[in-house]
Write a protein that binds this ligand. Structure first.
Ligand code: SAM
Length: 276
């Protein structure tokens, strides 16, 4: 009980989950289903957007000049397989074993020569290896401030001179009108979080400097107790430009999304295209 009380409180900034989220054996089943749903913006954006996105990226960083591409957090490979068809030599990295297993199966079935690696992108060690690196669907802001610094350094080192990094983040518009809140529910039988009946105490907390957490305290009937926290640091145009410049990138371009929509004040996301 003490642990439940401890976990249900507003956590310290960037406090970690007590268990896996993306790579959890049960949660990853639901996540894969979400990724693959053609119309859901969950895990992966709707497939029509993925198509537009790959088309746009292949125009601003064509495979003739940016052949060797790395997709960081590639999920089940929905972007990677399209990049392959556009003529890129593509590598996808993700730490979800289920997503990578699915991506590999698909590549084999479709006879696509794509390299999929099951590893944390925070552990990559490339030097001048890629012409293009991508991190799509606002994964960058899910990292803590120190992880974001590490990530930018790894991307910088991994790109060749003049190589491009394309990624997206949420803006304050995404959270406009969303206050801190808490609620709970009883899930009878299997649900998104757990394979058996469980309670979920859900909270959304706001921190200074454009940071939020979605927190889920999960209790099952066998007294298993976990807390899952997904963080998001969201950005203004000024704050992302400052962070990116500090990491040494140049030629920064900002769009409203990863399909090249021009940036506008109401945009809930921002896509950033930068060069080493
Ligand atoms: C929001 S999904 C986006 C997936 C993909 N980019 C897309 O848009 O279809 C985030 C992905 O990043 C992966 N991920 C999160 N943290 C990671 C890490 N540290 N290393 C590798 N993959 C990670 C997750 O497993 C998940 O597949």
């Amino acid at each position: 009980m003490n642990k439940i009380f401890e976990y249900a409180k507003k956590p310290a900034l960037y406090a970690k989950s007590t268990c896996a989220f993306w790579d959890d054996d049960h949660i990853s089943k639901g996540m894969l289903e979400a990724h693959l749903h053609p119309e859901w913006d969950a895990g992966t954006r709707a497939i029509s957007f993925v198509d537009q996105s790959v088309l746009w990226i292949s125009e601003i960083a064509p495979p003739t000049e940016y052949k060797n591409a790395l997709d960081l957090g590639c999920g089940p490979g929905l972007y990677a397989e399209r990049f392959y068809e556009k003529g890129y030599t593509i590598t996808g990295i993700d730490f979800s074993r289920r997503s990578i297993a699915y991506a590999k199966e698909q590549a084999e079935a479709k006879k696509q020569d794509i390299t999929y690696i099951c590893e944390s992108y925070l552990d990559i060690k490339y030097q001048n290896a890629f012409d293009l690196m991508m991190m799509i669907y606002c994964d960058y802001g899910a990292l803590s401030s120190s992880q974001r610094q590490i990530m930018l350094k790894k991307v910088y080192d991994g790109l060749r001179e003049g190589g491009k990094f394309i990624f997206d983040v949420f803006t304050p518009k995404q959270y406009e009108g969303k206050e801190e809140s808490s609620s709970w529910y009883l899930n009878e039988g299997a649900g998104f979080w757990r394979p058996n009946t469980h309670l979920c105490l859900e909270s959304h907390y706001i921190y200074e400097d454009h940071t939020r957490v979605d927190q889920y305290v999960l209790v099952d009937q066998k007294n298993n107790l976990d807390v899952i926290r997904t963080w998001d640091h969201y950005y203004t145009k000024e704050s992302i430009v400052k962070e990116i410049m500090k990491a040494g990138f140049k030629n920064i371009e900002i769009y409203a999304d990863v399909a090249g929509t021009p940036y506008h004040q109401e945009s809930k996301t921002m896509c950033i295209v930068v060069e080493k």
